[in-house]
Design a protein around this ligand. Structure first.
Ligand code: C2E
Ligand code: MG
Ligand code: MG
Ligand code: MG
Length: 282
């Protein structure tokens, strides 16, 4: 009987594994064709300064799959990194975001695009980004690339070289989700970084002040002493913005200011016509 049960359980677990593996495989192959089928789009989340004036937008990719529904980038980006699909996805996001930014009324507005670790292995990365900027007619100074700490680790010499080539074009570099990755502080003053983005996890409780402000304060003062700008992500309530602003944080991004917006809604936001509506909340 025990043998019987054991066998049954084994069968059960392999079925679960097979289902998970199949789902992954199906998702993976669906993702591969998603760009060509026009299922990917880009949304734009505003960033504002201390006086709530827009400074730019972060471009965030969206996937509407007819088979899987709306798939979160938190789910498909890691998959895309493993399979290499991240390369055409990044090209698509860069092209779309740069073209869109060229339409914005204020030539001072920047567009930030997320760059995964995998992209650092692409030969001629800087040249490719340069070509995309030229094609879109967007000055390089208006593009910012958001990179996580973990992506910067690896081969420091190689990373420094790639970043230097990107910087030479006039593009800015931001470290995303700062403080959450595996990193060494030693890399910070060896790499040409312009912006530190305080991760949402440190912003969440910071309106309580006291110890909850310790890490944001440390990040702000570290960044400023290295002549970097500080952006806080995940601002949901006024108290968070007030606390961080008082400590010298320059820019703010989060649901309180606006959700990620469609290209049209982003333009309306710039024209001050923005109202939060269900369609905007993408
Ligand atoms: P991220 O770069 O840190 O982007 C911020 C994420 O936080 C976005 O989620 C955004 O919608 C969400 N967010 C913004 N404000 C708030 C807030 O006030 N509260 C809360 N709870 N969340 C907020 P999203 O768009 O789902 O993206 C998740 C992650 O997926 C991004 O984190 C980024 O790592 C990755 N990702 C998104 N688009 C791209 C892309 O085009 N390329 C690459 N390589 N990664 C991307
Ligand atoms: Mg980001
Ligand atoms: Mg972030
Ligand atoms: Mg984050």
């Amino acid at each position: 009987h025990a043998k019987q049960l054991g066998k049954g359980q084994f069968q059960f677990y392999t079925d679960v594994l097979n289902t998970a593996a199949h789902e992954r495989l199906a998702l993976e192959s669906a993702l591969r064709g998603a760009i060509d089928r026009g299922e990917l789009s880009v949304v734009y989340q505003p960033k504002v300064d201390r006086d709530s004036r827009p400074t730019g937008f972060e471009a965030l990719v969206r996937w509407a799959s007819p088979d899987f529904g709306t798939v979160s980038p938190a789910r498909f980006i890691p998959l895309a990194e493993e399979t290499g699909t991240i390369v055409p996805i990044t090209d698509f996001v860069l092209r779309t975001a740069c073209r869109e930014a060229a339409r914005w009324p204020d030539a001072g507005l920047s567009v930030a695009v997320n760059l995964s670790a995998r992209m650092f292995r692409e030969p001629q990365l800087a040249a490719r980004i340069g070509a995309i900027l030229a094609e879109a007619g967007l000055p390089a100074t208006r593009l910012e690339l958001e990179i996580t700490e973990s992506a910067l680790m690896g081969d420091i010499e190689q990373t420094a070289e790639t970043l230097a080539a990107i910087k030479a074009l006039g593009i800015s570099i931001a470290i995303d989700d700062f403080g959450t990755g595996y990193s060494s502080l030693a890399y910070l003053n060896r790499l040409p970084v312009d912006v530190l983005k305080i991760d949402r996890s440190f912003v969440t409780g910071c309106d309580r002040g006291g110890e909850d402000m310790a890490i944001p304060c440390a990040i702000i003062s570290l960044g400023h002493s290295l002549r970097m700008r500080i952006v806080a992500e995940g601002i949901e309530v006024p108290g968070q913005m007030a606390m961080l602003s008082a400590q010298g944080c320059e820019e703010f991004q989060g649901y309180m200011i606006a959700r990620p917006l469609s290209a049209e809604a982003a333009l309306a936001f710039l024209h001050g016509e923005h109202r939060i509506s269900a369609e905007d909340c993408v």
